[in-house]
Design a protein around this ligand. Structure first.
Ligand code: MN
Length: 504
């Protein structure tokens, strides 16, 4: 069931990638993917990762994860090409000439997202997360970036310590929360667990030790309960897709331990049993059968089917007195809920058949911005329309731009370098003489675009802003400051004039 955990070969070949694509998405254009591979392999020729591996291995693994998530051929091709413009002599134009506009835009999106760096400034965290989504424009760009990060974070070992730490922290603070909001629970767990030892090394070792003892204790009991569950359900007419034990991810266990006085005896879902059946009514029927056999703990039955979690998560949870009086959590869900819980938005690329028959996305409450992102489109009928509709336009009225130091400002669409300057500081606005966008000098009335790096040129001797700027500034801040300066100056001028007149 768990495609992510499938064992992966150390040295990946393009044929192995194509095999996976063929199996999961038989209609994919394999020739296109092979072409993208040849192009990328040629461009990265001779380059190595810090680990000493050929660079193209990173591109292949990034593409493999996307293939496993069931993404389309364009996304897989873009994944193979994702580091080409940044790190090789080939440009985005070359990519477009060879692969067309769609793939160029995906690759460009990934390159732009690469500029986004988290420097541990907590007050920018939420802005960064939003910008990450806003800049992506196409949800596939986010998924490619996730897959890129997943490979990077699991191959951090050969990097210098300070870089390890920065990437791991960014993964915890930016990537994992976005994965969570997009409902990609399995990915969130993988990202967090990979980053955990680099960010909190002592705490990580502590949790690993704790788990070792407990799991050894629990394993036998869990196995026996799984066997009797299988036996029980085999006497019914229910379609059971899978019954398996699942380990809690280490980082989320750590967070839960902190909430529970670091007392592991209070954690009942370290190992949980997961039952995957076919329909919602079978979920409830299974819950009944389980409670007949094992007594539930009071107040521990959670119906996330009737009331889903904010990120859309659905399942029934119960905690029972299991074998030998051990407390065990059991989670019951349909296959569709399971896919969505593990893969979130990516699940929609995979199960075309369920997608066509059922609603494309559950209508549960989601956190505000994801809700916005999805609500316009929940009625889209066919998959293509649905995927089209996932193009992210929720921030169309805001743009996100960088200072040369990498800090992020969000401004209304149509903002100019002057708005940017006043947004940073009144003095910067008042002494502004020119601007560079992405290192090129531009006119002050230029409209900024998301992802632009904006540098303001100042002259300390400049008298102040030009009232001409009022014709093009977009923000009230800039407009008010320019007017205020003009007013004050007029006042000064009047004083001087009056003074001169009096002298006469
Ligand atoms: Mn990369």
């Amino acid at each position: 069931m768990n495609r992510l955990a499938a064992s992966q070969p150390k040295h990946l070949t393009v044929n192995q990638l194509l095999e996976v694509v063929k199996k999961i998405n038989p209609e994919a254009d394999l020739a296109l993917i092979r072409l993208a591979y040849d192009f990328a392999a040629d461009a990265h020729q001779g380059q190595e990762r810090k680990s000493g591996e050929p660079y193209i291995q990173h591109s292949l693994y990034t593409a493999l994860t996307l293939a496993q998530w069931g993404l389309d051929d364009a996304a897989i091709a873009a994944a193979l090409l994702h580091d080409v413009p940044e790190d090789t002599a080939k440009t985005l134009k070359d990519v477009e000439r060879e692969f067309g506009k769609e793939i160029r835009e995906l690759v460009e999106g990934i390159t732009k997202l690469g500029m986004l760096k988290y420097r541990g400034m907590r007050r920018y965290v939420e802005n960064l997360r939003r910008m990450f989504v806003a800049m992506a424009k196409d949800i596939r760009v986010i998924l490619i970036k996730f897959s890129d990060r997943l490979h990077n974070i699991t191959t951090l070992d050969s990097l210098p310590t300070n870089k390890q730490k920065r990437i791991a922290l960014e993964t915890l603070e930016i990537y994992a929360p976005i994965a969570n909001r997009l409902g990609m629970g399995e990915l969130k767990g993988q990202l967090e667990d990979a980053a955990f030892p680099y960010v909190l090394s002592k705490e990580h070792s502590w949790v690993v030790e704790l788990v070792k003892q407990r799991v050894a204790d629990d394993q036998k009991c869990i196995d026996q309960m799984i066997t009797s569950l299988k036996e029980m359900l085999s006497h019914t007419s229910m379609k059971v897709w899978s019954i398996h034990g699942r380990m809690k991810h280490l980082y989320s266990l750590y967070v839960k331990l902190l909430e529970n006085n670091k007392d592991i005896s209070k954690i009942h879902d370290l190992v949980a049993i997961r039952v995957v059946v076919d329909t919602v009514s079978e979920c409830y029927a299974t819950l009944g059968l389980i409670h007949e056999k094992w007594k539930p703990l009071k107040g521990r039955i959670k119906d996330y089917i009737a009331t889903p979690k904010p990120n859309g998560y659905q399942s029934l949870h119960t905690t029972v007195w299991g074998k030998d009086g051990r407390i065990v959590e059991i989670q019951i869900r349909t296959r569709k809920m399971h896919e969505e819980a593990e893969f979130g938005i990516a699940a929609h690329w995979h199960y075309k058949e369920t997608l066509n028959k059922e609603r494309p996305i559950s209508t549960q409450e989601r956190t505000a911005w994801i809700n916005q992102l999805l609500k316009l489109h929940k009625d889209a009928k066919d998959e293509k329309e649905y995927l089209e509709s996932l193009k992210l336009d929720i921030f169309h009225h805001r743009i996100f731009v960088f200072t040369p130091e990498g800090d992020v400002l969000d401004l209304p669409e149509g903002s100019t370098p002057v708005d940017f300057a006043y947004h940073i500081h009144t003095d910067i606005g008042n002494t502004c003489t020119g601007a560079k966008i992405n290192e090129k000098i531009v006119p002050l009335e230029t409209h900024l675009q998301s992802g632009d790096v904006v540098q303001i040129l100042v002259d300390k001797n400049r008298r102040g802003p030009s009232t001409d700027w009022l014709k093009f500034v977009r923000t009230n801040t800039a407009r008010n400051r320019i007017r205020a300066f003009a007013k004050k100056n007029k006042f000064n001028l009047n004083m001087i004039l009056r003074h001169l007149i009096r002298k006469k």
